[in-house]
Design a binder for this molecule. Structure first.
Ligand code: ADP
Ligand code: MG
Length: 477
């Protein structure tokens, strides 16, 4: 039988606010446990929450980036459950009336085909604290620094059809969130957490099958692996004549295994009700309009513009728009160089290689776009060879300075004077008689060797294109 997988994701995004959602404690990762807590996030009786406007602003921007309808009035709800890392006994979230619904996010699958995932909703909520199992032997400790951190939960429709697509979608979603600068999206620190809902059905079937929910996945490769394993398991169960049990599964990244956590609870188990301590969240239409107007160009739009305006391939445009910083850097280099294709090659090639080597990215790379643009100009007008220009780039990164001055100081100016070049060429042709004869007898691949000899004599400074011409002339080919 032929099976089809169906996947829907719930993604928790930690908003990049300075302070918690309902109190004034700072949001910090990695500080001493329980040093950023107060009566509000501890849920002490009588403490009253107030909503952090910065969190609302970031949630609004998230909603707009997802192409959602923003609701001017949304309602805080209490989701009640007992867990040691939830001192209030309930999580403040949004349930029946979330801030945003009905969005769309596009991504490219492994074959480069555009796919669209519908976003069911995006709602604001607070994070819980953390249970820590490895700090006190035999006991579980609780750190409430994270309690009350603002999150947006993004829920997709079950529109994904493979583990690889789930991963590709998440990569695009992360890029989108980074573009609008709402979260640092640091998966190791838990700023982006994914629950994956998985079911399978026979191809052609339109009803959804029973699903399981995989929790605790904190890397994209983890999502892909966990979903793949779960799809295979469900198919095996169904093919053996069994049925898939609705349950919550926990991903163990270390062992690469899923284990059953609990049978699935229903939403009524949480006894949701509107929070009596918080008024509904009301946003002015003018604020929504302003946020929309201030939205930066989003990744796919920017990629499309790069192909149109700069004549780049979709692949190159995709690489150059991976991050806002890289895209900005490329555009500045292209403007300075006056040649977008050369700029693309330099930014993706030697500059990127140097950034990797120096463990930097476009935000920290010390070579100013203007300097790289100037250097590209020096290659274009023949002042320096490609190879010498790479040397200049390294010097620029290490010591700064002007490309032209470096070329002069290092004696890297390309030799293009025909007399000088012809001198080196005839030296080589006269001395290496053996290779020259073999070349003339048809061993044409020796041209590269002879070229190399001429370049060597010039100290790497000869203009290779002209040397090639002169050498061919001298060899009579
Ligand atoms: P629940 O009631 O279990 O919370 P929801 O209907 O709220 O389920 O959906 C939660 C997530 O699960 C959504 O991302 C949704 O797209 C996804 N989902 C729902 N049903 C299925 C299914 N049969 N197979 C795969 N994903 C599903
Ligand atoms: Mg649900």
């Amino acid at each position: 039988m032929s099976w089809e997988a169906v996947i829907g994701l719930e993604v928790h995004v930690q908003l990049r606010t300075e302070r918690k959602l309902f109190c004034g404690n700072r949001v910090v990762f990695g500080d001493a446990p329980n040093t950023h807590v107060c009566p509000v996030c501890l849920g002490l009786p009588g403490a009253l929450p107030t909503t952090n406007p910065q969190a609302v602003e970031l949630a609004l921007r998230t909603a707009l980036a997802l192409g959602c309808t923003v609701h001017l009035r949304s309602v805080w709800a209490r989701k009640n459950y007992f867990y040691p890392d939830l001192p209030k006994g309930y999580q403040t979230t949004q349930f029946e009336e979330p801030i945003a619904t009905a969005g769309l996010v596009a991504f490219d699958d492994a074959d480069g085909v555009e796919r669209v995932v519908r976003i069911t909703r995006a709602h604001m909520e607070e994070d819980a604290g953390k249970s820590i199992h490895d700090r006190i032997p035999g006991n579980t400790a609780v750190d409430l620094n994270r309690a009350g951190t603002p999150l947006v939960e993004i829920v997709t429709e079950p529109d994904l059809r493979s583990a690889a697509d789930a991963r590709a979608f998440l990569v695009s979603l992360k890029q989108l969130l980074e573009y609008v600068d709402v979260s640092d999206c640091n998966m190791e620190e838990g700023s982006l957490r994914v629950d994956a809902n998985v079911s399978v059905r026979t191809k052609g079937e339109t009803e959804l099958g029973a699903k399981t929910e995989i929790k605790n996945v904190n890397s994209f490769s983890g999502v892909e692996k966990a979903v793949e394993i779960e799809i295979a398991r469900q198919i095996e169960v169904l093919e053996a004549g069994g049925s898939v049990e609705q349950e919550t599964l926990l991903w163990d990244d270390h062992r690469g295994r899923l284990r059953s956590m609990r049978s699935k609870e229903d939403s009524h188990d949480y006894r949701y009700f509107p929070c009596p301590d918080l008024p509904p969240l009301v946003i002015e239409q003018a604020v929504v309009d302003a946020a929309r107007a201030q939205l930066p160009e989003l990744p796919r739009a920017r990629r499309d513009r790069f192909t149109d305006a700069y004549g780049l391939s979709v692949y190159d445009a995709g690489v150059l728009t991976q991050s806002v910083a890289t895209a900005d850097y490329f555009e500045a280099v292209a403007a300075a160089a006056g040649d977008s294709k050369a700029a693309a090659n330099w930014v993706m090639g030697p500059a990127q290689a140097l950034m990797n080597e120096r463990k930097e990215d476009a935000t920290t790379f010390p070579v100013a776009a203007a300097a790289l643009g100037e250097l590209i100009g020096l290659v274009a007008d023949g002042t320096v060879s490609d190879g010498a220009a790479k040397k200049v780039l390294t010097i620029l990164a290490e010591d700064g300075g002007s490309p032209k001055a470096i070329v002069e100081a290092q004696g890297l100016t390309q030799v293009r004077d025909d007399d000088q070049l012809a001198g080196w060429v005839s030296e080589v042709v006269e001395e290496l008689t053996d290779e020259v004869t073999r070349y003339r007898e048809g061993e044409t691949r020796l041209l590269g060797f002879l070229m190399g000899q001429v370049m060597k004599r010039s100290g790497g400074k000869a203009d290779p294109r002209r040397v090639n011409e002169l050498l061919r002339d001298a060899l009579g080919s």
